[in-house]
Design a protein around this ligand. Structure first.
Ligand code: ISJ
Length: 257
C-alpha cells in the first residue's frame, strides 16, 4: 500500500480495514485468555527487577527497538509508540514514491491509544482482575500485538483521508484552508458504512469466538463465546472508528502544507 499509487482506491482501503478486523478480534481473544494482570503495568522500581518503568513498558520499548532495526517503521502503515527511542534501521528505505503527504509522519495518536487501552479497554474486556505471574511475558506480548494491530487500523485513517482528498479535492480544499475541523469530520463521515462495520465485527466475534466441537450433542449445550460480540461492536463504535476519524482530520489539516 505505502507505495502503490495505482491501486489506491477507497474500495481497496476498505478491504484492508475489513481484513484488519480479523487480526484485531483474534488478538483480542488471545489477550483476554489471561486476567488483567495489574502488576504488569505498575512501576517496577519497588520490585527486584532491574528496570525503570513497568515490565509491560520495558518489553514494548525493547520490542519496538528491535523491530525498528529491521525496518518496521520505514513503512507508512506502521507508527511507533515510542518514537523518541528508536534505533536506526539496518535496512535501507524503499525507493518507491510514497502514497502519503510527508506531513503524515507528524500524525501519531498512539499515546491516546495506549491510555484508552490501559484505562478503559482492559478493564472492560478482562473480567478476571487477578495477576497471572507465570504468564507476565506472554500476557505483555499479547498486549503488544493487540496494540500494534489497533494502531495500524487507526492510523490507516491517513490512507483513507488521502484517497478521499484525491477523490473530492474541491470539497476538501476550502475546509482545510479554513482549518474547519467540524466540517472536515462531517464530510469524511459515512454513517451507513460505520453501521455495517459495527454489525460485521459483532458477527465476526460471534463466529471466531465459538467453541468448535465434533460431537453433535455438544451443540445443544449452552453456547460459550470467547469474546462478547456486543463489546467488540462497542470497541469499534466508541474507540476505533472515532480515533480513525481523528487521524483522518489531523492528516487532512496538514495535507496542503
Ligand atoms: C474509514 C472510512 O471513514 C470513516 C471511518 C470509518 C471507520 O473507521 O471504519 C468508517 C466510515 C467513515 O465514517 C471510510 O469511509 O471507509
Amino acid at each position: 500500500m505505502a507505495s502503490d499509487n495505482n491501486k489506491l482506491s477507497l474500495d481497496s482501503i476498505r478491504d484492508s480495514l475489513i481484513r484488519q478486523e480479523d487480526t484485531i478480534i483474534f488478538n483480542l481473544i488471545e489477550r483476554i485468555k489471561y486476567p488483567i494482570t495489574p502488576t504488569l503495568y505498575k512501576e517496577a522500581s519497588s520490585s527486584s527487577w532491574n528496570i525503570s518503568g513497568s515490565l509491560f513498558h520495558y518489553l514494548f520499548q525493547e520490542t519496538e527497538a528491535l523491530h525498528s532495526k529491521v525496518g518496521r517503521y520505514l513503512s507508512a502503515e506502521e507508527n511507533p509508540f515510542f518514537p523518541d527511542k528508536l534505533p536506526a534501521s539496518i535496512i535501507p528505505p524503499s525507493k518507491c514514491t510514497p502514497v502519503l503527504h510527508p506531513a503524515a509522519e507528524c500524525v501519531n495518536v498512539n499515546e491516546k491509544i495506549l491510555d484508552v487501552y490501559k484505562k478503559q479497554l482492559l478493564p472492560l474486556f478482562c473480567t478476571d482482575q487477578a495477576d497471572d505471574e507465570e504468564n507476565f511475558a506472554t500476557t505483555a506480548s499479547c498486549d503488544i500485538q493487540l496494540l500494534q494491530a489497533l494502531s495500524r487500523r487507526i492510523h490507516y485513517g491517513k490512507f483513507v483521508a488521502e484517497v478521499k482528498f484525491r477523490d473530492c479535492t474541491d470539497q476538501y480544499k476550502p475546509l482545510i484552508l479554513a482549518k474547519d475541523r467540524d466540517a472536515l469530520m462531517k464530510l469524511l463521515t459515512f454513517e451507513a458504512v460505520e453501521e455495517v462495520v459495527k454489525k460485521r465485527v459483532a458477527k465476526k466475534a460471534f463466529v471466531f469466538g465459538q467453541q468448535v466441537t465434533l460431537n453433535i450433542d455438544d451443540n445443544t449445550k449452552e453456547a460459550k463465546y470467547k469474546v462478547d460480540p456486543s463489546l467488540v461492536s462497542r470497541l469499534y463504535d466508541e474507540w476505533i472508528m472515532p480515533l480513525t476519524k481523528l487521524v483522518e482530520v489531523e492528516y487532512l489539516l496538514r495535507r496542503l502544507d
